[in-house]
Write a protein that binds this ligand. Structure first.
Ligand code: ARG
Length: 574
């Protein structure tokens, strides 16, 4: 099928009409088409007001001219002109019936792939070695993975990379501590406790601190024995991270790990090239770059430190090398970094330096920031003992909570119940993270995220399971059965199903999964209204029964596909 979205199709026709009626050339965006919130109106075009101003004509007159020159070919009824000059469109019933049937025949449910596929380096998750992943990393992991799925579905090539914090001065003390403990071959069960013990020794024991500093020099110098111990720490941490990824159903693999250490061999040349380009300035023994346009409150220029006084390199130099690697060596056309909002300025400065150095030219780079996860008290989430909350513990708890919700009324086997509890519990944590605007903080609250009503994954999973059980009773719908939209509730559902592509598209292009969540929730609500008003199994005619079954089945497929793009499972039975 032709998988253009309705808004695009309308925009194209409005642009054509503008050319014919007014001799102006507009881009599709300038047609200003949007889904309408007005009762009885499906879409509206808001261009006549601005166009009237530009052409010095009355907006309503412009709207009437546009309406008179539109070639609608049965897509909508002739538009009405409302208020100051809105063009209000109502989709033609027959057209809608055919389009919904065509979407139902399409495995992609009418969602077009991009005409302009890009190669997108996507930095996400990126936890720190020798520390447990905490809820802050949850957001990067969950949002990043949803974006990876959405971008791939759109037809882009995604190059995921996990920028592990696996290098730098703390490794001196961590390696010394590991050697002292003599457990080179054993497991480290509690990474946080291990890290804290190393830090305590470092602060209290001057001899240990001196050894730790020497160890950093050995590590950076590539000493073989030191690297072996360092590797043990990285592998041990990766094992913990992989446990969390498996529990969460995250698509990152070991091959995607490109930690800070990976870029170490590139740093010398990087600084030399910046120096040769005349971009560096010495500052207090360090080498700095001052990208234009970055100042502190006092008006002083802000530096990006590319080589520290002691000759070592830090976070900023590594990020410059990272960007250069993904563009120059891996051919990325786009770079996206899913990292907390506090690092916004860091990335803005990295991008600026790379532009000045000529490493970022036609490529697009963007920081996909996000807010914090807060506890019930509105402060950064902590355990009762005041420590940071470990992600693995939190997820185990989520599944346990979900198990108690699911077990109440389920006639499933114990094994199936476990699987469902996992889908519900993990889904709830992920959905809570994805369903709000990512730039905002959110409060982590079990009862809210596991609620069966409201914009939660549990609500969507139940809605889907109810449809699956209806289909199990009725039998799958006949593939070719005509879609009949007699009742307003049938029409409303058809319209919602038709908008899946628009929702997926806007969530993808704005890196905002919450837009897809909002769409799925609305669609499930519209379905439940349909289901109340329009009996399916006992529909008055066979024709209506078949059509309603098709609408129900398509709703289920829409929810399942939509949730899967967010990385959330939708079990057929709950
Ligand atoms: N490891 C860092 C942290 O936990 C995040 C790294 C993000 N990615 C990057 N390229 N800087 O804060």
């Amino acid at each position: 099928m032709q998988a253009t979205e309705v808004s695009e199709e309308l925009a194209r026709r409005v642009v054509d009409a503008a050319a014919r009626a007014l001799d102006v050339t507009l881009s599709p965006a300038e047609a200003m088409i949007q889904a309408s919130a007005r009762e009885g109106v499906d879409y509206q075009a808001n261009l006549a007001m601005g166009l009237g101003k530009r052409l010095g004509r009355a907006p309503r007159e412009v709207a009437a001219l546009l309406a008179g020159h539109l070639h609608l070919d049965g897509l909508t009824e002739p538009p009405e002109i409302a208020g100051p000059g809105f063009l209000n469109f109502v989709l033609n019933r027959t057209w809608l019936e055919h389009r919904v049937a065509a979407i139902d025949d399409d495995p992609r449910l009418g969602v077009a792939t991009t005409a302009n596929p890009r190669r997108i380096a996507l930095d996400y998750s990126s936890p720190n070695v020798a520390k447990e992943m905490h809820v802050g990393h949850l957001r990067s992991t969950v949002i990043g993975d949803a974006l990876a799925r959405l971008l791939r579905f759109a037809g882009h090539e995604v190059l995921p990379h996990n920028h592990l914090g696996d290098w730098g001065t703390p490794f001196g003390m961590l390696i010394e501590h590991l050697l002292d403990e003599g457990r080179e071959d054993g497991r480290i069960e509690d990474l946080n406790a291990f890290y804290q013990a190393a830090r305590r020794k470092f602060d209290a024991d001057e001899a240990f601190a001196a050894r730790a500093r020497e160890r950093v020099v050995l590590l950076q110098g590539g000493d073989a024995a030191t690297l072996v111990t360092w590797r043990r720490l990285v592998d041990e941490s990766t094992r913990h991270f992989n446990e969390v990824y498996a529990l969460l159903g995250i698509t990152l693999a070991d091959a995607d790990i490109h930690g800070e250490s990976f870029y170490n061999p590139y740093l010398g040349a990087l600084v030399a090239d910046l120096e040769a380009a005349g971009l560096t300035e010495p500052s207090d023994g360090a080498v700095c770059v001052f990208p234009t346009g970055f100042h502190n409150r006092e008006g002083d220029r802000l530096p990006l430190i590319v080589r520290k006084r002691d000759g070592g390199y830090g976070y900023a130099a590594t990020d410059l090398a990272t960007l250069r690697y993904w563009t120059a060596e891996r051919g990325a056309t786009d770079l996206l970094y899913v990292v907390g909002t506090p690092q916004a300025q860091h990335f803005a400065m990295v991008f600026a330096v790379c532009r000045d150095a000529g490493w970022l030219t036609t490529q697009r780079a963007g920081h996909v920031g996000f807010g914090s996860v807060l506890g019930a008290d509105g402060k950064t989430m902590r355990t009762r003992a005041g420590g940071t909350v470990k992600l693995a513990d939190l997820l185990t708890e989520a599944v346990a909570h979900a198990a108690s919700v699911v077990a109440e009324r389920s006639e499933l086997s114990a094994e199936a119940q476990r699987e469902v509890a996992r889908a519900v519990g993990i889904g709830a944590v992920k959905y809570a993270d994805l369903s709000g605007d990512r730039e905002r903080d959110y409060v982590f609250a079990w009862d809210r995220m596991l609620a069966r009503e409201g914009n939660t994954s549990v609500y969507l999973q139940y809605a889907n399971a109810r449809i699956r059980s209806l289909l199990a009773r009725a039998g799958e719908p006949e593939p070719g059965a005509p879609v009949v939209l007699d009742d307003p509730a049938e029409r409303a559902l058809a319209l919602a199903l038709l908008r899946f592509g628009e929702a997926v598209h806007s969530a993808t292009t704005s890196c905002s999964p919450h837009k897809l969540c909002a769409y799925l929730y609305e669609t499930a609500v519209v379905f439940s209204r349909f289901y109340e008003r329009c009996p399916v199994l006992t529909a008055p005619t066979d024709r209506l029964r078949a059509s309603r079954l098709r609408l129900a089945a398509l709703t289920s497929r829409t929810l399942v596909l939509g949730l899967s793009l967010l990385g959330i499972d939708a079990p057929a039975r709950l």
